[in-house]
Design a protein around this ligand. Sequence first.
Ligand code: APR
Length: 320
Amino acid sequence: MARKKIALIGSGMIGGTLAHLIGLKELGDVVLFDIAEGIPQGKGLDLAESSPVEGFDARLTGVNDYAGIEGADVCIVTAGVPRKPGMSRDDLLGINLKVMEQVGAGIRKYAPNAFVVCITNPLDAMVWALQKFSGLPKSHVVGMAGVLDSARFRYFLAEEFKVSVEDVSAMTLGGHGDDMVPMVRYSTVAGIPLPDLVKMGWTSQEKLDAIVERTRKGGGEIVALLKTGSAYYAPASSAVAMAESYLKDKKRVLPCAAHLSGQYGVKDTYVGVPVVIGAGGVERIIEIDFNKAEQKMFEKSVEAVQSLTAACVNIAPQLA
Ligand code: APR
């Protein structure tokens, strides 16, 4: 059987890390795409030259023409610009929206059967626009945010409890921003919910609240440390987990920005909810019960996402 083909649209920091992980995990051949000439080719060759040492077989190539992604089984999109000092949220939205229009056209033409994972920020609005621009089925276009936010939450919890990260399961829902909703009641250590662990004296409510807050600001914490960029290792790992679940039909339950068409009382909006990812793409959207406080937080987060999609429609009325 021929190897799977994975196209990485955007070959910056996350793109390069994605290619490395995909090679190491032998998920398939990789095509790196970018508008910058030489970057995808250089990264592809450098990574290919690591393959004899690491012992993986994959073709890793770089292109500047969308024809190179033809027939891709998976596309992971990081193309765009990060927010720079002096740039407003709307400036960033306008620039990356144009990028999504180009990327959507490229995928529509050359990889219409792909499973597409979007990482470009502002995430929930960009994945919503990318689905519309590409015309691909909603089940096949998802946004990566929840796996990353939940991984940060899991890591902080594992540190607090001094247990293996493997035994901490956590869920972070809603939009990818300060209004995200870390689901304390549904996060556990070996099946024991966090509120029970507080009762058991494993941690205090104050410490747990601080971890939730740190999770919400997890992206900013990395930006403040790096100064010249944003996180790329954990975002790349998170997107690869989603792609792997699709390629191997693992049917993992992962929090992803998925298209809601009435679930949770929300229509035509991409926002983070638990989904099952398998060979059919998003095979199921899981609707969990919220308590009043969670419902309020989720609604606030959805409103923040919808204000961004409304701003997208102002710029590109064809998205309405
Ligand atoms: N088409 C294709 N590639 C593009 C385009 C475009 N129209 N515009 C920019 N790019 C490329 C850039 O040339 C760059 O190589 O996208 C790449 C982005 O890489 P980085 O700037 O290194 O950003 P990265 O850290 O990889 O993050 C990418 O993910 O987390 C989000 O906010 C982050 O939106 C950003 C994205």
